[in-house]
Structure formats: C-alpha cells, structure tokens
Design a protein around this ligand. Sequence first.
Ligand SMILES: Nc1ncnc2c1ncn2[C@@H]1O[C@H](COP(=O)(O)OP(=O)(O)O)[C@@H](O)[C@H]1O
Ligand SMILES: [Mg+2]
Length: 1046
Amino acid sequence: MPGYLSSEVDIEGRVRLVMESALTARDRVGVQDFVLLENYNSEAAFIENLRRRFRENLIYTYIGSVLVSVNPYKELEIYSKQQMERYRGVSFYEISPHIYALSDNTYRAMRTERKDQCILISGESGAGKTEASKKILLYYAVTCPTNDHMAILGDRLLQSNPVLEAFGNAKTLRNDNSSRFGKYMDVQFDFRGTPVGGHILNYLLEKSRVVHQNHGERNFHIFYQLLDGGDDDLLITLDLERNPQNYRYLVKGNCPRVSSISDKNNWKVVMKALPVIGFTEEEVQKLLNIIASVLHLGNTQFGEGEEGDTYITTETQTSNLAKLLGVDGSALREALTHKKLTAKGEEMISPLNYEQAVSARDALAKAVYGRTFTWLVEKINQSLALKEEIYHSSKDSSVIGLLDIYGFEVLQQNSFEQFCINYCNEKLQQLFIELTLRSEQEEYETEGIAWETVQYFDNKIICDLIEEKHKGIISILDEECLRPGETCDVSFLEKLEDTVGSHPHFITHKLANGKTRRVVSREEFRLLHYAGEVNYNVNGFLDKNNDLLNRNLKEVMCQSDNQILSHCFRREEVIDQKRPEMAATQFKNSLMKLMEILMSKEPSYVRCIKPNDAKQPGRFDEVLVRHQVKYLGLMENLRVRRAGFAYRRRFEAFLQRYKPLCPETWPNWHGRLVDGVSTLVNHLGYKAEEYKLGRSKIFIRFPKTLFTTEDALEAKKPEIALTLQTSWRGYRERAKYQRIRRAVIVIQSGWRGMKARRRAKRRRQAAELIRRFIKGFIYRHEEYCPENEYFLDHVRYSFLKNLRQNLPKSVLDKSWPTPPPSLVEASEHLRRLHMRNMVIKYCRRVQPEWKKQMMQKVVASEIFKDQKDSYPLSVGRLFLDSRLEREQINLKVIQTLGSDKVQYGVSVIKYDRRGFKPRPRQLLLTNTFAVLVDRTKIKQRIDYAALRGISVGSLSDGMFVLHMPTEDNKQKGDAVLHCSHVIEVVTKLAMMANKTSYVNINPGSIRFTVARGKEGIIDFIRGSELKVAKGKRGHLLVTAPRINAT
Ligand SMILES: Nc1ncnc2c1ncn2[C@@H]1O[C@H](COP(=O)(O)OP(=O)(O)O)[C@@H](O)[C@H]1O
Ligand SMILES: [Mg+2]
C-alpha cells in the first residue's frame, strides 16, 4: 500500500478512513459512521443505527472524527493487549470503530505532524467518560515506547487516577463512580513519542456534595474509604468511629454503603498510590486530618441563645476539630458563631444566628474540602511535571490533552451548576464548529475549491448571551451579587428579563406565550441551548455564585499549622480587600483558558451515551438515548459534518479503489491522476453538483453517490476477481511453463553437449584408430613395433575371434581358418589341441557296447580294408551280438556245451570238402572254441588254439575257410563255409581266437585241406550274381557280383 494511507491523519484523513471502514463494513451492523446515513436529518434513523449496533455489543460508532460510545454496563472483550496491538499503527481502514483507533490516530497525528492534539470526552454522568479517558491513558501507557524513567511517570499517571477519584468522585443516582469535577489532562510526549510528563486542570468541583447529598447518593468516596479501610489506630488518632451513620455529612443521602463499591479495597489502592505520586507520610497524615476534620465539622452542632445568638453544643467535637485543623480552638469557635464586618473602616464583630452559623460551618467545610482538592491536583501535577533535565532534552515535545468533562445536563431541577455545565458545553460546541469548519475551509483553500456556505447552526449567539461583558447572564449575576441593598435570586431573574429579555434564546414565565408559559415556572428562566431547552431555577444562584466564606473563618484557617491548609488559605486573601471573583466568572475565565488550550490543538471527540438509567447491560432506553443524542448535539454534529462534502479522497486512492469500474482506467491509468479520476467519474455518470475535483482530492457531496459507486464495485468484484484469478493463473502457469522450459533447455543443452562431446571423442578415437590401422597395415610385414602393434594385434584378435566362431564341430570336419602369418604356429597348436579335445570329448561320450562295436569295426577294418569287395558295404552295418536267437539253438547242443557259453551264433552253409554238397549249419562261438551244429548234433568242434588260419576271398562273396591242423586225425579237415555276414563272423572269430593276423585274403583262389595230403581249391570270379557251384577240375567255383564302390 502506498504511504499516503498512514500519513494522512488530519481530520479529513480520519474522516476518510472511518468512512471507508464504514463502507467495507456496511453490510455488518448498521453503519459504522453516521456520516453515511442516507437521511442524516432523521433522529430516528440515527437512534436505530445506535440501537442495532448496541444490540451486537458494537458500542462504538463514528460521526466523522467524532467517536460515539454507548456505555455497555458490562465488561467487553475488546480492551485486551491484543486489541491494542490490533489498532496500533494501523490506519483504521478495515477495523471497526474503537476508542483505541481514536487514541492511536491521535497519537500518530501528533507524531507525524508534530501538532498538539486533544481528545474531548463528553456525555452525561454515567455515560462512560471517565472509563473512556482511562482506556485512552492505558492505551498510551501500554503501547507507547518507554524507558525506566518514563515507566515511573506512566505509573504515576495511572496511579493518580484512583486518588483523584477517591477525592473527586462520588456515588450518585446515575453513576456509582461519578466524577464530580471536570478534568483536563495533558500528556506530554518527547520527540520519540515517549510520555514524559503530565498536567491536570480541574474544573468546578461539586463542593455542595460535602455538606449535602440527594437521596440515594453519597459524599465523596474518600470519607467512606477512610472509615471502612483505615486501621483502628488511625481512626483513634483522628478521633473517628467506624460507622459512617455517625456523621451527619455522610447520612444525608441515606446511602452509606454501595454494593458495587469496595471502600476497603479502594482505600488500600489509594494508600498505595499516594507514595507513588510523591506524598510523604506527613503529607498523608495532614491530608487525613483534613478529611477527618470535615466529618467533625459536619457534626458540629449549634444551640440558639435567647438573644438570637448561637453557641456550639458539641464542645469536645470542636476541640478535636481544632486539633485536626491545627488551629486555635477558641478562635475557631468564635469564627463559627460570629462574623466580622468592616464598616466605615472599623471592624465589628456580630453574632450569627442559627442559620447563619450552620451555613458558615458548611461554607468552611466546602472551602476546606474544595481547596484541599485543588492542592491535591497541584501536588499530583508536581509529580507528573516534566522534569527539568528531561525537558531540556525533549524541547521538541508534543501534547495530547484529554478532557473528561460533564456533558449537557438537564435535570428535573436545574440550578447554578447545570447552568455552568451547559455553558461549558456551549463553549465546546463552539469550538467544535470553529475547528471543524476551519479545517474544512483550510482544506478547500489548499484544494482550490470555492468555499461554499455550510448550513449549520452557529451557537455563538447563545455563548454571547451567557458570557458577554456587561450584557451577558454571568455579568448580570455578578452585578446582582455585588449590588448593595436587598438582592435576592428573584431580583436577579427580573434583572435578566430587563436586560436579555428580548434575546431569541432566552425565555421566562413572564416573557413566554401561553403554551411555553406552562412549562416555565415563575422562578425559572429558560435557555434555548443549541442542544435543546433547559429551565434553570434561580434559587441559590446568588449564594452559589458568591461562594462566600466569612473573613474571620479565613483568618483562623490562615493560621493553621497544617501545611496543606496554610497553603490553601493564604494570608494575602484576608488582607486583600478586593473582592475575589465570583464563581461563575471564575468558571468563565477558566473556560476561556481551556478554550485557548484546546484551540491550539487538533481535536478528536468522544461522545458518551448511557443506554439506561438502571446501570444495566443490554437495555436500550430509547427515550433516554434520544434525549442524550439531542443534548450532546449529535444531530448537530452530523449536520456540520455533512454540510459540505460527505467524502473526500486523494486522487490516487480514489482511482486505485474504483478504477475497475471504467475500461479506460482499468487496469492502469497512465495519464495525470486528475484526468484519470475525471474520466472515471464521467464514466460513472456523476453529475456536476455531486462532486468537485480539487488539486489532489476528489470531493463527493452525498453518501448516496459514493454508495452507488461502492455497490457497483461490489457487483464488479466477482468479475475483477475472475479476471485477477485468470490472469494470476495464467501468470502462474506461464511462470511454471517458463521455469520448466528453462529447465528443459538447460538439461537439453547439457545432454546435447555431452552427446556431442562423446561423439567428437569417438570420432577422434576412430580417426586415430583408422590412422593406426592404416599405418599398421603398411608396416604389417615388419617386426612387431609401435607402428604396427595395433594392426597386428587387431589381425590376431580378429583371427582368434573368427576362429572361435568357426571351430570345427566334429573330428571329421577338417576345415580350419587360415591364420595370419604371425599365428601359423599358434594356429597349428590350437588346431591340434582342439582336435584332441574333441576326441577326448568324443571318447568320453562312447558307451561300452559301442566301444565293443568300434573295436570290432577297427579290427574288421584292419583285416578287410581295401582287401575285400564287400568291406565298404559292411562298414555302415552294425555288428550284432548274435545272429541267432537263443531259442534257435537246440537245447541239447547247449547242454552238451555245458559251461562254455555261446557268445555268438550264426547260420552258415557248410560245403562238403568232397563233392561240395551244401549243408545248412549253425556256427556257434564260445570263448575258446567254435562248433558247427546240425540241428541237435555238434558236427565239428574247432578249438581256437588249434586254428591254423582263416581264408577269405577278395570278392563280394561270403565264402570263408577255417584251416585246421592236418596232423591231427581227430580233425576232419578244413571247414569250407559260406555266410552272408562273413566280415562280422570272421572278425568275431579272429578276435575271440586272438588270431587276427591269421586271416588271409586271397584274390583268385583259396587252397584248403580235404584230408591228409589232399587239397581242394576254391576259385573266385566276378559275375553278375552270387553262385556257388562245382567248377572244372573239381574246384569249387564262386561267382561274386560286382559291387559299386561307394
Ligand atoms: N466501556 C465500558 N465498558 C464497560 N463498562 C463501562 C464502560 N464505560 C462505562 N462503564 C460502566 O459505567 C460506569 C460509569 O462510567 P464513568 O466513566 O464513570 O461515567 P462518567 O465518567 O461518564 O460519569 C463505570 O463505572 C462502568 O461500570
Ligand atoms: Mg466521570
């Protein structure tokens, strides 16, 4: 927010701020500022607004810079330290009206403008004036900066209150703690805003209360406090009894005790406070002596002598009294019953009659109490005074004045006091008008706006009526008091009729017309105050104005050895023959001074209202409130405030708030401010009479104009919110997108960079590699050297890699990659290794049967390879364990063989050695011999050991001959056999007999032994098919088919 919000704290600023706070809170309860009431002339609307807010415990409402406060008669939770903090330093833009807001604003105005301020609090008795002033003081004590020294001052400021209240307040019908004097208090602040001093001015203490109280009321609190709270010793020294009923001055109202007041506690508070505000023990004692003496005076009784003289009937009482007053007893006694007259330069003493004596006594009591009260205030002032050394360091101090003074008073019977009080309020109203209009005018001037006459009632005419020299009511009263001869209150009234009878604001019974005459009695005069009419009864006016104390009583008092009294009753007063000023004139003069003081300051106002006479919370007595609204002049306040422009605001602030309402000014106006505002209000359709543009501010005449604008703004708000929302969202999303984009770019460029770097590196490496490769290639035939190492390594490596992938898968595969020259030797090693490895692996896989088979095949190969035509065909055919099933061999044969198990059996054809007759036989092999079996009969046994040889032809036939020894007769000769599995049979037989070397392969023919010395021949020829037959020359001719060698 721009700075103008906090700096603009002049009256207008405050008004503007409160109006705005009222604006924003318009929907809450009523209006927070009466200035915004549409019908500002309607008292009913005014009261209704007060009532509605009061019902919600909203006791504060503004009329511009005026704070209206309604006494809640209950503790509200709005005075805490937090609340103070809430209002502190905050322009009350948004915050509800509060006494703290006013206090804070005043304080800040003082600080920022270095101009003295004052807060004027007025209202009926019991309306909450004193409470308000206390709240303000407390606010300053808590929130203002302070130091140790100033803390003491703050303490004194706060502590002086209970003391002043004890002596100056009393229980009345309207208020249990009614201030019976007017009080103006200055609080001084140094340039840092620290409170540095204080000063109190008191006005018109209601002294008559000392001697008389109306029914239901009490004397000043201090008397009851002393009696209730003082300890026994103290009461004995003062010669007092505890029961207040024993004191005539305390029983007039017949109300010694009040439930809401704890005299005992308050006594303690006062006794604690006195030393704080600088009372010595002696002073306290003297003060209490005086208080006690007043009580004793009240009990002083007179008797009437026969010659109309008077004497004192309460002797002991009087001696005590003299003792307490510190005066001579007999002098006092005489002074109470006689008066001293000076006639023609001679002093004469004449006795007083009973009434005179009583009134002299009462006059003394009032004088003693009244002057002591004044002394008390002085004493407090001394303790609050700005100390010299501080004063010098804080020349630059400013002041906030607090005026807690009786408001307009209209009782059933109004007397001299009410006259003074109401006169005071006329003066304050005058001040209000002058200051408000003055500031208004100044503002118009600085803003360059033509001054317009403001319609309001100027009460100067009433002030003049009362105070004008020689012609005013006070002058007439004084004159009447001084006039020699028979004067009385009625003659005063007549004099008034003669002198001011024609004044439009003055009426008496005699002067009034019929209707008014009925409400003004013959002893009354009526004044038409700005706030309303008041009838004053003239009875007692003269006496009260005279305020006389017999001279001889004064003389006695002058001689008192009580320092307080000797200070109060000056000898000069007795010597000085000049009549002292009358009470009304004194009051008038003190008011003049007060006005001067206030005129030099910026005022703020607190107007207090009490909602009912019963001191009850929650009750709003409309009649009573209307009465106060009237007599506090609130409607008049409002009228003056509303006479000119209801609302004003600096251009920038106005534009800032309402710019959404006009397309040209939304979202920003770039030209001159005044043009912006002008464009805006034109767009809004303001009429010329509704507003004016000053140099820096816009002035709006009617709240209605503003409300319409405000309503338009309210209506526009969702739209603005939406726009703001969308643009905010857009902004947020855009920002998010930008963020992501930036991140992506960063990542991307990082990644790309890395990739590029990698690629470059790879390229570099590749180029290097290629270079080395080429170089290596060139040097490939050289010795291993740096130039070719890479190339050669690579060649080796690729050979080995290639080899690994192309190793022969079986022993039969003889392929092998061609090694580079440098690896020839290694390659050969590897090849062999690999072969061996494969062989080993192969062998490991071979089963025993297969091994047997292989061994047989190997043997067969050794015997037959390249020797016999049928061999290549036999290689692929497996050798069987046997060609005969077990059942094919006759059991008998098996039995005959006994333990020699048949290992192999096969069907063969046996050819007779002679004749070559073919006979089918079985050839059975055991481990040690072979047998030829003809069904059940073993025809021939051939022991392997005896076997001389085995002959086989080279063709594809199955003929084979087992050669037996010729010398052995047992043997029948060689066996000529034919078997289609000749290679298998021969191999097995040769292996079993362990006679592989005995096998002969004969091309052409085989010779065999028939019998001893006899030989047979088998001839082999190639033919188309296998044929075994007898040939020529007794040879066996075997024709074998040709087999295509594969
Ligand atoms: N703001 C307030 N909150 C609560 N009670 C209040 C307030 N103002 C006044 N009162 C009550 O009203 C009584 C009278 O107030 P006081 O200030 O003494 O009146 P005045 O000084 O106007 O005669 C107080 O004693 C108190 O009980
Ligand atoms: Mg008061």
